[in-house]
Design a protein around this ligand. Structure first.
Ligand code: PXG
Length: 307
């Protein structure tokens, strides 16, 4: 009798796992051979960084910007990258080609590397890097039409004095715990405030509102990542002649906005129609949000580094 198909937690059958190709420290290997030491400080202390990038229709969207941000995170953590920026870009393209996909998601992870049991990163001589190429679905497809219902989490974004929100570190527990709060409250996404109570961002997305025809988003100094999708929204607004500005906001500003939407590489651009039981505008995706969502979809499919 043939062996039944075994599935992993992601619902991917075993054969697919075996076929997935991972870039690990300079080599393309099968997923089953992509192994990291239990003494790696990325695992022991969350000492490392990552990037999440998407590719659409044979092109990687904003590859250089993502890799540049990876290098900024590395610099902030005194993590000396043993590869040049160009080599990391090329390794990313090589991994996509090895997996034979046209559309998907890329995760680059750099860890501090193998060291002792003890925090000291100077005892980890060489960082490790691996690159995964996969599919990703953050929210169900219908939510892009209907919009997301979001709740405010009690978990706050850390202040820059403890860990800068600009560092995409391997310690995402702050966001993970906020996500758990949102899921327990029956929402798919959670809004996070900073220590002062101003809106920072969602667990993996930047926040925008539309009021009186203007697009408004909090400054990144209020505790959000300087999202690459967020930057694209600034470009799209300029192209479409829509006013956009930064303003610190409280939850009140979202409750009373005409429209709202979230942005992120994984989430792309998605309307938010309810926050803490308050309908935003008429409780449906608004016209400016829809225009930007459509423009974003067109941009990601027509620009990017060919692989
Ligand atoms: N805030 C946080 C905390 C993020 O982690 C964003 C905002 C949006 O940034 P970009 O540059 O993507 O527009 C992020 C990005 C994942 C995943 O696997 C998470 C992100 C990106 C890609 C994948 O959950 N977060």
């Amino acid at each position: 009798m043939p062996e039944p198909e075994r599935q992993d937690a992601r619902g991917i059958n075993k054969r697919e796992i075996m076929n997935r190709k991972i870039w690990l420290d300079g080599k393309i290997v099968d997923e089953s051979d992509a192994k990291i030491s239990v003494f790696d400080h990325g695992l022991l202390y969350g000492d490392g960084i990552f990037e999440g990038i998407r590719f659409y229709n044979g092109r990687v969207f904003r590859l250089t910007e993502h890799i540049e941000r990876l290098y900024l995170s590395a610099k902030a953590l005194l993590l000396k990258m043993p590869w040049t920026l160009e080599e990391v870009c090329e390794a990313t393209l090589q991994t996509i080609r090895a997996n034979g996909l046209n559309d998907g998601y890329i995760r680059l992870v750099v860890t501090r590397g193998i060291g002792d049991l003890g925090l000291n990163p100077y005892l980890c001589p060489t960082p490790s890097m691996f690159i995964i190429v996969s599919g990703i679905t953050l929210y169900p497809a219908e939510l892009y039409e209907q919009g997301l219902e979001v709740v405010t989490c009690s978990t706050r974004r850390p202040t820059p004095a403890s860990l800068s929100p600009q560092v995409k570190s391997l310690n995402y527990l702050n966001n993970v715990m906020a996500k758990v709060e949102a899921l327990k409250a029956g929402a798919k996404e959670g809004l996070m405030l900073n220590e002062q109570g101003y809106v920072a961002e969602c667990t993996g997305d930047n926040v925008f509102i539309v009021k009186k025809g203007e697009v408004i988003t909090p400054p990144v100094s209020d505790g959000s990542l300087d999202g690459i999708t967020r930057q694209v929204i600034f470009e799209l607004c300029a192209e479409l002649g829509i006013t956009i500005r930064e303003m610190s906001m409280a939850r009140y500003d979202i409750y009373t906005a005409d429209e709202s939407f979230l942005t992120g590489t994984a989430a792309e651009t998605i309307p938010m129609v309810k926050l803490d039981e308050r309908e935003i505008g008429v409780g449906k995706p608004g016209p400016i949000s829809l225009k930007l969502i459509e423009a974003y979809r067109q941009k990601v499919r027509s620009e990017g580094t060919l692989f």
